[in-house]
Design a binder for this molecule. Structure first.
Ligand code: XIL
Length: 345
C-alpha cells in the first residue's frame, strides 16, 4: 500500500508544500518529519518576495532564502523560487519608480542577482505573478502603468538568460475562469511569438468546497497544455469557511475587519465535524482524480502550507479564524482527505 504522497504520485507529478519563515529557520521535528516523508518539492511562502529579498535598491537579504535552498538540497527536492515580479509584497522603493528605463534596469538587477545566485539550485521560477485582472485584461500595477505589458516579456527574457536550465512559469489565481484563462492563453502565445521561453502556467488553486467546478479546472488544463506548456497547481488549499464576500459584498468592500470575531465566520473553532471531514475528503478526491486524469500535462501539485495550524487561511481574508484547508491537521495527523487521496493510487 502507498506510504506517502510523494511515493504514491512519484510517476505522476511532484508533490510540494510552501514553507513559512519559521519553518525554514527552525527545525520543528514534526514539520521536518512530514516534510521528509510526504513532499518532494518546496516553495518559500514569503521569503523570496521582493520586499523580503530586495528591501532597498542596493540591499539584498539572502539569509532566509539561502537556508531555504539548502534545506531543499539536503532533502533532494524540486526547489521553486517564488516570485520575481509581483505587484504585491513589493519593496516600497520599487513601487515608487515611475520611469520605464529605470524600472527595466531595476528589474534586470533584481532578476540577474537572484536567479544567478541560485543557478542550477532553484529548478523552477514563478517569474511573473498575478499580472491579470479577472476579465483577462492586464492589471494596472505600477509595473504595468510604467512599462505596459513589456515588463512581462522582459522578466521572462532575463530569467531565461540568467539560468537557461530553470523552468519558467507564469503564476496566477482564478485561472479556471474562462475570461482569465483566455487572458493567460494570449499572454503565453504572445511570449512564444516573440521567441521568449515560458515552460509552464501555475494555477494557484486557492479553492473551496463549492468551487471552482471540475469542468472549469479541466478546461484550463486543456487550454494551457494545448500551448505546449506544463500546468502546475502551485498553491493548493480548500477553505472550509464561509467567504465574507458571499455574505455581504457591499459591506466587505469597506473592510473585512468587521467580520473578525463573528462566530458565523468561524464555524469550526476546535475541529472539523465528521460531516465536514467527509466533504473535504470528497472534494480532494475529485480534485486529485482530475489531476491523475491529466497527469501527462501536470508537472507539480503544491499545497500552500504543511498543516492546518500554519495556513495563511487562518488569517485571510479575515484574521483569527480556525481554517482546515490542508491534508494534515493541527496535530500533524493526516486527515480523512489524506487517506482518500492516497487510496486513489
Ligand atoms: C501569501 C502568504 O501565504 C501569506 O503569509 C502572506 O501574508 C501573503 O501572501 N498568492 C500568492 C502567494 O502568490 O504568495 C500568497 O501568499 C497567497 C496568494
Amino acid at each position: 500500500p502507498p506510504i506517502s504522497l510523494k511515493e504514491s504520485f512519484k510517476n505522476d507529478f511532484y508533490i510540494g508544500t510552501a514553507l513559512s519563515r519559521s519553518q525554514i529557520n527552525q527545525s520543528n521535528s514534526k514539520t521536518t518529519a512530514l516534510l521528509e516523508k510526504e513532499f518532494n518539492a518546496i516553495t518559500p511562502e514569503n521569503d523570496m518576495k521582493w520586499e523580503q529579498i530586495h528591501p532597498q535598491k542596493d540591499t539584498f537579504f539572502f539569509d532566509v532564502a539561502d537556508k531555504y535552498v539548502a534545506l531543499g538540497e539536503k532533502h533532494n527536492m524540486h526547489i521553486i523560487g517564488h516570485t520575481l515580479v509581483w505587484h504585491s509584497q513589493l519593496a516600497p522603493w520599487m513601487q515608487e519608480v515611475k520611469d520605464s528605463l529605470t524600472m527595466a534596469q531595476y528589474i534586470e538587477t533584481h532578476i540577474n542577482t537572484i536567479v544567478k545566485r541560485y543557478k542550477g539550485k532553484i529548478h523552477t521560477w514563478d517569474v511573473v505573478n498575478e499580472a491579470l485582472n479577472e476579465d483577462g485584461s492586464f492589471r494596472t500595477s505600477n509595473f504595468y502603468e510604467v512599462m505596459g505589458e513589456d515588463f512581462i516579456a522582459l522578466a521572462f527574457k532575463l530569467a531565461a538568460k540568467a539560468d537557461p536550465d530553470a523552468k519558467l512559469v507564469y503564476n496566477d489565481y482564478n485561472l479556471w475562469k474562462p475570461e482569465k484563462r483566455a487572458g493567460v492563453v494570449k499572454l503565453v502565445k504572445n511570449l512564444q511569438a516573440q521567441g521568449i521561453k515560458i515552460d509552464g502556467v501555475g494555477m494557484q488553486a486557492h479553492w473551496s468546497l463549492e468551487g471552482p467546478t471540475l469542468e472549469d479546472i479541466e478546461n484550463s488544463i486543456l487550454a494551457y497544455a494545448a500551448l505546449g506548456v506544463k500546468v502546475s497547481f502551485t498553491e493548493l488549499d480548500v477553505t472550509v469557511l464561509p467567504n465574507p464576500w458571499d455574505l455581504d459584498g457591499a459591506a466587505v468592500e469597506q473592510s473585512y475587519a468587521q467580520f473578525e470575531g463573528d462566530p458565523k465566520m468561524n464555524p469550526y473553532p476546535v475541529a472539523l465535524t465528521d460531516a465536514a471531514q467527509m466533504q473535504l475528503a470528497k472534494r480532494y478526491e475529485d480534485i486529485f482524480k482530475l489531476f491523475l486524469k491529466h497527469k501527462d500535462k501536470i508537472e507539480r501539485v503544491t499545497f500552500w502550507g504543511v498543516n492546518d495550524g500554519q495556513t495563511w487561511l487562518n488569517n485571510w481574508p479575515i484574521n483569527g479564524r480556525t481554517n482546515h484547508p490542508l491534508l494534515f491537521d493541527r496535530n500533524f495527523e493526516p486527515k480523512k482527505a489524506y487517506h482518500t487521496v492516497l487510496a486513489l493510487k
